[in-house]
Design a protein around this ligand. Structure first.
Ligand code: CDP
Length: 241
């Protein structure tokens, strides 16, 4: 019997997704992204300083922090353990690298952009939702700086979005939920730009290896999903036009 998805979702369908801009007011910008039951608050803050290695260089920096909030999963996680975990370190570096691929670091002076991705509710795909949502928060924040006359032109070079794909019982599925992530032999996280070029792929085959043709099938699904997410990002940013 083949794998049955929740709500009879087809193998090549994303979970319902949406963006809520300006969810909180204090950061430069904020967005809550929902992908099915996964919900992530992505905020963008700007500071007039750069790490020591960039002082005097005339260029800025972009960095990211990721956390799952204690109540994001069905059993509570301690904030301290979450902060120290290798998974947290790996994910926040991935978010930072992905968003640095979107921006010209020389285009906003010696300032630091910090992306904070806080997972409000986790049902798998939190790192990819963080990247997709953070791009919207970043673009929205930059649009605000341009409207306020603080930036003359946008330093954004590219759009960026991400999705997970996986293999369950040898078949490729787009945008896994937690039940699927748990059952999957392969979990692949794919980050692409607006030209559908690859920025990063993270993937491991743990219990069963994958073939090249299965990898190709997963990448095809990821490309299809990311094309839809890129479109949804642009729709969400229409309020800035
Ligand atoms: O969230 P993402 O798929 O990017 O990362 P993962 O490490 O593959 O985790 C998949 C899912 O497992 C998370 O989204 C959570 O739903 C769950 N998880 C959890 O409950 N507790 C953890 N410490 C790690 C993951």
């Amino acid at each position: 019997m083949s794998w049955e998805r929740s709500e009879n979702r087809q193998a090549d369908r994303l979970r319902p997704h949406k963006f809520q801009l300006d969810f909180i007011e204090n950061p430069l910008s904020s967005v809550v992204i929902e992908c099915g039951k996964t919900k992530v608050l992505c905020t963008v803050s700007l500071e007039n300083r750069v790490p020591r290695f960039l002082m005097g260089s005339g260029q800025g920096w972009l960095t990211a922090e990721y956390r799952m909030l204690p109540g994001a999963t069905n059993t509570r996680h301690s904030r301290e353990l979450m902060k120290l975990s290798g998974r947290t370190q790996e994910i926040q570096r991935l978010i930072g690298r992905s968003l640095r691929a979107a921006i010209d670091l020389k285009g906003f002076g010696e300032r630091t952009i910090t992306i904070d991705a806080d997972v409000l509710q986790a049902d798998a795909g939190t790192r990819t939702a963080s990247i997709t949502g953070s791009y919207v928060a970043l673009a929205h924040g930059i649009n605000k700086l341009i409207s306020a006359g603080e930036l003359k032109r946008s330093p954004l070079l590219e759009t960026v979005a991400a999705v997970s794909v996986g293999l369950i019982e040898g078949e490729a599925f787009l945008d896994l939920d937690y039940r699927e992530d748990y059952a999957a032999d392969v979990d692949l996280n794919v980050v692409m730009n607006g030209k559908l070029e690859l920025i990063e792929i993270q993937g491991t085959a743990e219990s069963n290896s994958m073939t090249r043709s299965q990898l190709n099938a997963m990448l095809d699904l990821a490309e299809k999903g990311i094309a839809q997410l890129l479109e949804a990002q642009q729709q969400a940013l229409i309020i800035d036009d």
